[in-house]
Design a protein around this ligand. Structure first.
Ligand code: FES
Length: 491
């Protein structure tokens, strides 16, 4: 099915634009995908994170929650419209804001952007465009805001990196009519804050995160994932599925992996399948990928893929996984135990006998989603006889090693190019999308890209594992610990 489109005219950062779009298309998509204005970021597509914050006739809105038809005849301001000092003097209508190097225009930053640079308020930078737009709107209405007013104005934009203190300080500084000097004076530089080397691109929205670029006409990859916690599955007639869908080019699953169908960041524990084989172990586990041209892929309902599911009893906690009747989750892990450790020193009971106070308790730490604002994204392509993968990653060399194993290639035939990384916090040490785009691009000989949705990111990527902890601690009167007994099961 092709969507009905219409012409929609509006202004973006004082530039008149005319786009052909479906009336219900998200403004964030219109800005990024149709106009190439990737300064506006996307974190959730649900109006929750605020990364896509722009101004619409001056009001602060989430661009992902505004339909294209709603902006007809109206004025949109993005982060690219903030660096106004010198750019205001240039012909903005004739300026390609997607390619102009703002960093090369001396003095082009607004006072607010300068302040973000000085305070280190842009760390990974994925939230920074939204923060800046929301803060600029506040400063327009309230030039010298209080801390409470700043906090209220920024409350719709989430930041995972900064703890907000630096951002709030930067906005207060920008609104201060008599601000302290930002740049360390001669002789006063030691101990002063330094500016991030890549801060300029972050406060102008010019930094390129993984979803911000891909080769022209790149194929699109989407991943079929298990809807069940545990299930046996079988793929049906893939040839018939493809024959009925022009532009959908291939479906790949575990049998198509040329090397080893597994990954994992810790040597010896490399047992996470790229694609589940016959049985999937968690809701969100990859079963197959579909790759095709962008338009038919956008229309594709993944539920149309021929796959049959036989739901199994899931093992949802360590107790269930260690029951004598529990099926093995991975080969070579008796009792479903990955690894065990034991440390002993001194005489425990003697230690507790020497204590004047003994406390004990049972504790649980929860499953923790890293919740970086940038969902996983990237693309792959063949370059000569090499495979090149561009992705948001914390560990390009580890990605290269894993991809070489999965693709059955020598290390020097795989190149990983890290994009700007919109937060990772450890989770982006593991690979996620990399094997999917690598497989599609290598087998079809065309660039292939993927951008995870927020639910897909949360379902499928690695987490901080929950723990059940039993703890007993004894202490002497002077506060010295005399005994410490700790037992924990990590899920
Ligand atoms: Fe705010 Fe990273 S700097 S999410």
């Amino acid at each position: 099915m092709s969507w009905v489109t219409q012409q929609i005219s509006f202004t973006v950062d004082d530039r008149a634009v005319l786009v052909e779009a479906a009336p219900w298309e998200r403004l964030s998509s219109v800005l990024r995908d149709r106009l190439g204005l990737t300064g506006t970021k996307v974190g959730c597509d649900a109006g929750d994170c605020g990364a896509c914050t722009v101004r619409l006739d001056g009001d602060v809105v989430c661009a992902c929650m505004v339909a294209a038809a709603q902006v007809e005849g109206r004025k949109v301001t993005t982060v690219a419209g903030l660096a106004a000092t010198d750019l205001a003097a240039t012909d903005l209508a004739a300026t390609d804001l997607a390619t102009t190097d703002l960093a090369g225009i001396a003095g082009s930053l607004s006072r607010l952007q300068e302040s973000f640079l000085h305070y280190g308020a842009a760390q990974c930078g994925i939230c920074t465009p939204g923060m800046l737009v929301a803060a600029a709107a506040l400063l327009d209405a309230t030039p010298c805001p209080s801390r409470a007013e700043v906090e209220e104005a920024l409350s719709g934009v989430l930041c995972r990196c900064t703890g907000y203190q630096k951002i709030v300080a930067a906005v207060l500084h920008a609104g201060d009519p008599t601000p302290a000097e930002c740049v360390p004076l001669a002789g006063c530089a030691v101990g002063a804050s330094i500016r991030k080397l890549d801060g300029m691109v972050k406060v102008t929205g010019k930094d390129l995160f993984a979803a911000d670029e891909a080769p022209e006409a790149a194929l699109v990859v989407r991943v079929l994932r298990s809807p069940h916690h545990a299930a046996r599955f079988a793929l049906g007639d893939i040839d018939a599925f493809l024959a009925a869908r022009p532009g959908i080019l291939a479906v790949y699953s575990a049998k198509d992996v040329p090397g080893e169908n597994s990954f994992g960041v810790i040597p010896g524990f490399v047992d996470q399948p790229v694609f589940a084989e016959q049985v999937c172990r968690f809701r969100g586990e990859a079963v197959a990928l579909v790759v095709g041209e962008a338009a038919p892929m956008a229309d594709l309902d993944l539920e149309d893929l021929p796959v049959s599911w036989q739901e199994l009893d899931p093992l949802l906690n360590p107790e269930a996984a260690q029951a004598s009747t529990a099926p093995p989750l991975h080969a070579g892990r008796p009792g479903n135990v990955l690894t065990e450790g034991f440390v002993e020193r001194g005489d425990l009971e003697q230690g507790f006998a020497a204590a004047v106070l003994v406390v004990e308790g049972n504790f649980e730490t929860p499953f923790v989603e890293h919740a970086y604002i940038e969902p996983e994204a990237g693309f792959a392509r063949r370059v000569g006889d090499r495979l090149e993968v561009h992705a948001c990653t914390q560990a390009p060399h580890m990605d290269r090693d894993a991809l070489a194993r999965i693709m059955g290639m020598p290390l020097d035939q795989v190149r990983v190019v890290p994009t700007a990384c919109g937060g990772g916090f450890g989770s982006k040490l593991d690979i996620s999308l990399q094997p999917f785009v690598a497989l599609a691009a290598w087998k079809l000989g065309r660039p292939a890209r993927i951008v995870y949705t927020r639910p897909e990111s949360m379902q499928s990527t690695t987490k901080r594992h929950p723990a059940e902890i039993k703890l007993r601690v004894g202490a002497a009167r002077d506060g010295r610990l005399t005994g410490f007994d700790f037992f924990a099961i990590f899920n």
